[in-house]
Design a protein around this ligand. Structure first.
Ligand code: KIV
Length: 281
């Protein structure tokens, strides 16, 4: 039985921290489940860390369905949340319903995440009324990078901070089951967390949030990103780079494959084969 959204609420109520991370494929999703996380997010950070785009804007619904399927197969016991990519929920609530429905029906997600506050609250209400759990996302919302003028800390000024509170209230009232707070001052994240009944999940938002989320590649040291909010718990660039160089060297020197990596043919079969084979010119 997978972890349900009600479990996350119980954890907030009990003061237990919710542990979340992104994943984009089957093997890493399995590892996340084995490590005992509560939530795995197929983030549209897929665009940055897996597909090689500069932003999340080119990520499509097809991309998300495809990767969500793989993650859902790898982590069936976790709460599987899929990001709704740019422009898949902003055009109309009907469009959002259809697209979110695909992430659940075809992708196997249990919930969706979408960016924005007051302007998307009505869509969040329609989705949750249709039985699609929604995780909100406030603060630095990467799909709005062009509007925000870059990847900047949000909520430092009074109007920005006030808007964040209004957005958080609107999402909760619309039925969101939790809200990601990305790159906002820690004190503001604490105010939002204390104010809301539903759990907050922080990334670059300090330690007071009810849970934390990170991009898998950032904490594993895989790829070029080094965001300030991420701690590297491994250096997979180094590990994988060393392994690949060793493989290439052994192939060039004829040391790989060795006898134990090959299969054998019966001597009698080989002799008979060779006896009937015409020598090449
Ligand atoms: O796309 C993503 O990975 C996210 C997390 C950073 C929360 O939205």
């Amino acid at each position: 039985m997978p972890i349900r959204i009600t479990k996350l609420q119980e954890m907030k109520d009990a003061g237990e921290r919710i542990v979340c991370v992104t994943a984009y494929d089957f093997p890493t999703a399995r590892l996340v489940q084995q490590a005992g996380f509560e939530v795995v997010l197929i983030g549209d950070s897929l665009g940055n860390v897996v597909l090689g785009y500069d932003t999340t804007i080119p990520v499509t619904l097809e991309d998300m369905v495809h990767h969500t399927r793989a993650v859902a197969r790898g982590a069936p016991d976790l709460l599987v949340v899929a990001d709704m990519p740019f422009m898949t929920f902003n055009v109309s609530a009907e469009d959002a319903l259809r697209n979110a429905g695909r992430l659940l029906q075809e992708g196997g997600a249990h919930a969706v995440k979408l960016e924005g506050g007051v302007p998307v609250a009505e869509t969040v209400r329609r989705l949750t009324e249709a039985g699609i759990p929604v995780m909100g996302h406030l603060g630095l919302t990467p799909q709005s990078v062009n509007q925000l003028g870059g990847y900047r800390v949000q909520g430092r000024t009074l109007p920005q901070a006030q808007r964040l509170l209004d957005d958080a209230d609107a999402l909760q009232a619309a039925g969101a089951f939790s809200i990601v707070l990305e790159t906002v001052p820690a004190e503001l994240a604490r105010v939002v967390t204390d104010r809301l009944r539903i759990p907050t999940i922080g990334i670059g938002a300090g330690a007071s949030c009810d849970g934390q989320i990170q991009v898998l590649h950032d904490i594993l040291g895989l790829g070029a990103r080094r965001p300030k909010h991420a701690k590297r718990y491994a250096d997979l660039n180094e590990t994988i780079g060393t392994a690949l160089s060793a493989y290439a060297e052994e192939v060039r020197e004829g040391r790989f494959p060795a006898a134990e990596h090959a299969t054998e043919i019966d001597d009698a079969v080989l002799r008979e084969l060779l006896s009937g084979v015409e020598p090449t010119a």
